[in-house]
Design a protein around this ligand. Structure first.
Ligand SMILES: NC(=O)C1=CN([C@@H]2O[C@H](COP(=O)(O)OP(=O)(O)OC[C@H]3O[C@@H](n4cnc5c(N)ncnc54)[C@H](O)[C@@H]3O)[C@@H](O)[C@H]2O)C=CC1
Ligand SMILES: NCCCC(=O)O
Length: 486
């Protein structure tokens, strides 16, 4: 039985096997769809289909793969508003922002389509006319496991380079956001990928484990929390499988007193409040040089209080509800603890009940700005993954650099200053994989994205990611006689 995305959908809706998963959209706090978890049997079928599709796809030329990916990118662009609407219902982020996610999704497909045709090895001249060459070859069946904050974008950022390199991919979305990736499967099929080449399985940890431990899976690319990342690493170690880990963060954003204040304030909001603050690379530790602390804080609070919260499907909304009730309670718990530890709430940090009665059960909260923070507070040390900005003050460049790096994470960092030499000097000293100068949380797909330290390893986007979805074969060619030692 072919378990391509169509089969997977109908399996979910009509013939549930294994535990059922209730999909509870965050806008209203009620269930609108139910999916079945894929068990071992479904995972085996998906791998079997992916292997068959890989045989066909890996034999295609780069230009042939390029054309299919370009067509998929075109369809995503054409269906941009529809996909963004589904993503908003799926995750809760504003439709305004969901459209950005869809843009960075089709751009990613276009980017890797462009690279597919130019993937090449090297020719190396050896003595006596002999030579060697290298071939860049696909890995086989790759697995993508995604988090719930950027469901469609994560699936594209993993599948586009995987497919461009000639691999197949089985993708498991988070059980909190199972819907939008099915549209991607539909689009790949329409664009012409062989059946089973991009396949979706649904479920949580157990399904993820079946995938990671499957002997015919060649690689796992994971986006999620550090504890789960560590488990993925253990499972991959059993099969000596390469992995990419995109994990959490607690990134610093450093605002020097010579910055363009208006841009720095806008940057701080971009660094903290996209997708209700549920963004791995958020700059949640905002270090502000003492001279401008008061002015900066006042402006940040003013703009934060102006963020329009509510129905994320409305054009004017800029902040929707959090992903689910336990997560909302967790975020509110961090704020309570911050207060107990001496931080001051300058705005927000409480539950928000929209006026619209149909939204009253959604998981909304007001974005929060904390001040009087110290480096040892829980809100400054741990990833909150919600709309909570912690402001800290500093005096000197050397001091702030040391404090910024004093974390086990290393995903991202930002610097706002007009002093170009200082900007590059500070960035060179920051222990983070993705650094921003005078902006924050922009995602050009041409740039590699990924972490240092416990934020993971491997990269997504950019040319380098080709290396994470392919392997190098060396061929040594003798043009003379064998010079034997025997
Ligand atoms: N660096 C990055 O690019 C990103 C990192 N994240 C991080 O992800 C976290 C939030 O996402 P969550 O979905 O709550 O993370 P999570 O780690 O709970 O789950 C992530 C995915 O792993 C699956 N999973 C859970 N246990 C598993 C297991 N034992 N084996 C295999 N798969 C398993 C889940 O079903 C889900 O699909 C945050 O820490 C955040 O920082 C989120 C987005 C991007
Ligand atoms: N567009 C930003 C990606 C970061 C994240 O997945 O959390």
């Amino acid at each position: 039985m072919a378990l391509n995305h169509r089969a997977a959908v109908s399996l979910s809706r009509k013939e549930p096997r294994g535990p059922r998963w209730r999909f509870c959209p965050v806008l209203l706090g009620r269930v609108i769809a139910t999916f079945a978890c894929s068990g071992e049997k479904e995972v085996n079928l998906a791998v079997q289909d992916a292997k068959a599709a890989f045989k066909i796809w890996s034999q295609k030329s780069g230009m042939e793969r390029c054309r299919v990916l370009l067509e998929a990118a075109r369809i995503i662009r054409e269906r941009r508003d529809e996909i963004a609407t589904v993503e908003t219902i799926n995750n809760g982020k504003s439709i305004f922002e969901a459209r950005w996610d869809i843009d960075t999704s089709w751009q990613c497909l276009e980017y890797y389509a462009g690279l597919a045709g130019s993937m090449a090895g090297e020719h190396i001249q050896l003595p006596g006319g002999s030579f060697g060459y290298t071939r860049r070859e696909p890995l086989g069946v790759c697995v993508g496991i995604g988090a719930w904050n950027y469901p469609f974008q994560i699936a594209c950022w993993k599948s586009a380079p995987a497919l461009a390199c000639g691999n197949a991919m089985i993708f498991k979305p988070s059980p909190f956001t199972p819907v939008s990736v099915l549209l991607l499967a539909e689009i790949y099929t329409e664009a012409g990928v062989p059946p089973g080449l991009f396949n979706v399985v649904q479920g949580g940890a157990a399904t993820g484990q079946f995938l990671c431990l499957h002997r015919d899976v060649a690689k796992v690319s994971f986006t999620g929390s550090v504890p789960t990342g560590s488990k993925i690493m253990e499972m991959a170690a059993k099969g000596i499988k390469p992995i990419t880990l995109e994990l959490g963060g607690k990134s610093p954003l450093i605002i020097f007193s010579d910055c363009d204040l208006e841009n720095a304030v806008k940057g701080a909001l971009m660094a903290n409040f996209l997708t209700q603050g549920e963004v791995c690379c958020n700059g949640t530790r905002v270090f502000v040089q003492k001279e401008i602390l008061e002015k900066f804080t006042k402006e940040v609070v003013k703009l934060t209080q102006g963020i329009k919260i509510g129905d994320p499907l409305l054009e004017g909304t800029r902040m929707g509800p959090l992903i689910n009730r336990p997560h909302l309670e967790r975020v509110l718990g961090f704020i309570k603890l911050a207060k107990e530890q001496g931080a001051k709430v300058l705005c927000g940090g409480d539950v928000y009940v929209p006026e619209d009665p149909k939204l009253k059960d959604g998981y909304y909260m007001r974005p929060c700005v904390l001040t009087d923070c110290r480096d040892d507070m829980t809100c400054v040390r741990e990833e909150i993954f919600g709309p909570v900005m912690s402001i800290l003050s500093f005096d000197t460049e050397a001091e702030v650099l040391e404090r910024a790096n004093n974390t086990t994470f290393g995903l991202a960092a930002g610097v706002f200053t007009r002093d170009i030499q200082r900007a590059h000097r500070v960035v060179a000293g920051l222990q983070a994989g993705m650094c921003f100068i005078n902006n924050y949380n922009v995602s050009p797909v041409e740039l590699p994205f990924g972490g240092y330290k416990k934020s993971g390893f491997g990269r997504e986007n950019g040319r380098v990611t080709i290396e994470y979805y392919s392997q190098l074969k060396t061929v040594c060619v003798e043009m003379g006689d064998v010079e034997s030692a025997f």
